[in-house]
Design a protein around this ligand. Structure first.
Ligand SMILES: CC(C)(COP(=O)(O)OP(=O)(O)OC[C@H]1O[C@@H](n2cnc3c(N)ncnc32)[C@H](O)[C@@H]1OP(=O)(O)O)[C@@H](O)C(=O)NCCC(=O)NCCS
Length: 205
């Protein structure tokens, strides 16, 4: 557990460079981790301008350890379902052309009764106003409770009662589950591995 003194505060534009560096050191496989530092900083500046609320956990030594970014957006389940289904069809067509084997695989997924995307709360319209954009903890401070502390603080400060997070990582999904999120579905994003989790006042939706 975290034994050092720390505080959690809303991030400022001047934190962007450090946050970008932490991001790069923590995420091994990620589109942003391919960027050089300058481009990554620009990306983070854009995030700030793009109205992402960042909260940072900072040690008393002023070292930034963890941060979470949350956007305000309407997440409409019905719309998302339509989007995913459209992608299914596109992928099937593409696979048809590429190879019969891939086509069979896609078809099996579509027909599988356990396919989450197809059963994505069909017919149910749920608008979720917040989305967690990212949570990152510096590698040497991971598994000490920092990410959870930061996320909980942000959720409390923003008065969030319902929120969504989308991730490609099973590890990250397990972290979010520990923070009170529930797996809503395994959605299709072209790679079959986008996990959608939601938090809705502690209730699975
Ligand atoms: C995911 C990440 C943010 C977790 O941060 P962290 O500070 O290490 O997490 P915490 O120590 O606060 O863990 C909180 C809980 O989640 C659990 N947890 C954290 N990472 C986990 C993992 N990889 N697998 C399973 N459980 C995990 C912890 O055991 C802890 O459980 P507890 O509350 O029962 O004690 C961090 O590992 C990270 O920065 N990873 C790289 C970036 C990333 O993938 N971010 C998520 C996608 S945006």
């Amino acid at each position: 557990m975290m034994s050092q003194s720390y505080s959690i505060r809303k991030a400022e534009l001047s934190d962007a460079l450090e946050m970008a560096k932490i991001h790069k050191s923590s995420l091994a496989v990620d589109m942003l981790s391919q960027l050089n530092n300058d481009d990554l900083i620009v990306k983070y500046y854009k995030y700030f301008i793009g109205k992402i609320d960042f909260y940072v956990l900072e040690l008393d030594t002023h070292e930034l350890v963890s941060f979470v970014g949350i956007t305000t957006r309407e997440f409409d389940y019905e719309e998302e379902l339509k989007k995913f289904c459209k992608m299914y069809i596109m992928d099937i067509l593409a696979s048809c052309i590429k190879s019969i084997k891939a086509f069979r695989m896609i078809l099996r997924k579509v027909l599988s009764p356990s396919n989450g995307a197809i059963q994505l709360n069909a017919g149910k319209r749920v608008i979720i106003p917040f989305e967690i954009h990212i949570t990152v903890t510096k590698p040497q401070y991971q598994s000490m409770g920092c990410g959870k502390l930061c996320l909980n603080h942000a959720v409390e400060q923003l008065g969030i009662t319902s929120c969504i997070v989308k991730t490609h990582s099973r590890r990250a999904a397990r972290f979010y589950e520990k923070c009170g999120f529930k797996k809503t579905n395994a959605a299709f994003d072209g790679n079959w591995n986008l996990i959608v989790l939601s938090y809705y006042g502690g209730v699975v939706i």
